[in-house]
Design a protein around this ligand. Structure first.
Ligand SMILES: C[S@@+](CC[C@H](N)C(=O)[O-])C[C@H]1O[C@@H](n2cnc3c(N)ncnc32)[C@H](O)[C@@H]1O
Length: 267
């Protein structure tokens, strides 16, 4: 950035850090833990010293990274004070948490062996730019592991309404839920090789889908951007149907297509 130029405005995290947002992340962690843990362990080096979890929220992905990687030191970086206040007390002798904006260079006194990002890039501008920035923070032999939504597949009209609302909201903030196709096309810079660039499928139960979506809707259900996209009546029906799903009363289905990208810095 040239001298005197203004810093770009920080990106907004659209899904908030309220109690409902926290509860949603508990269900999300539960739903994706097996697939996410398998992705990490399959792309691990034999020995890792420093592992970093970007946009760690209340810390679920950081603890998962710690157990799947076996790294000696694991740091979760997060911008939300509310999430950090929840993550802090879960620190252990290997795992700690720090306040940081992950769109800026993070590491000053070491380079990481593992940098992990789960469900974060949907909320940041400039996917390729972020990947480049994070690659620059890796030690030689270090690996960047990215686990993001590629596509949410559903032919259910109620769940499609939900998708429409979320898509409009994220687009308003210059973001996109289905960031996987951008990741799939990333051309690694010189000195970086692709270890994995693949899709994994996760099919949560209707109860869990209902819970994740309902809790998310509590955060943004009254947002004017959403109201400009989805009618008041459709939002009322959506809310009612999600509650019914949570209670096991509806068999509405969706499958998450997850993009798993692992890059290694070879020089
Ligand atoms: C969908 S949550 C995922 C949390 C966690 N990675 C997981 O998988 O459970 C995205 C998280 O990224 C955080 N976040 C968004 N933008 C950020 C930024 N620029 N710097 C640091 N954290 C950020 C949000 O506050 C939120 O906690």
């Amino acid at each position: 950035m040239a001298y005197g130029e203004a810093e770009p405005a920080p990106s907004k995290y659209t899904f908030g850090d309220t109690e409902a947002a926290t509860e949603r992340l508990v269900t999300l962690a539960d739903v994706f833990s097996r697939s996410s843990s398998r992705f990490i362990s399959r792309n691990m080096q034999d020995v890792s010293r420093h592992a970093v979890d970007l946009g760690c929220g209340p810390g679920h992905s950081t603890h998962l990274l710690a157990s799947a990687s076996g790294a000696a030191h694991v740091v979760g970086f997060e911008r939300s004070e509310a999430f950090l206040a929840l993550a802090g007390p879960t620190s252990t002798h290997r795992v700690r948490f720090e306040a940081a904006d992950v769109t800026r260079p993070l590491l000053t006194d070491y380079r990481a062996d593992i940098i992990h990002s789960r469900f974060l890039l949907s909320h940041l501008p400039d996917t390729a730019g972020m990947v480049d920035l994070w690659l620059s923070q890796l030690a030689r032999g270090g690996r960047l592991l990215v686990y993001e939504v590629d596509r949410v597949i559903t032919d259910d009209p109620i769940l499609q309404t939900y998708q429409r609302a979320v898509t409009s909201l994220l687009a308003h903030n210059g973001q996109q839920l289905e960031v996987g196709p951008v990741l799939a096309e990333i051309v690694p810079p010189a000195g970086v090789r692709v270890l994995t660039n693949q899709i994994a499928l996760v099919a949560p139960t209707p109860e869990r889908i209902g819970r994740m979506f309902y809790l998310n809707m509590l955060v943004w259900g009254s947002d004017e951007i959403v109201r400009a996209t989805v009618s008041e009546d459709a939002l009322t029906v959506l809310r009612r149907e999600l509650v019914a799903m949570m209670r096991g009363l509806r068999d509405r289905r969706a499958v998450w297509q997850i993009r798993q990208l692992a890059l290694e810095r070879v020089s």
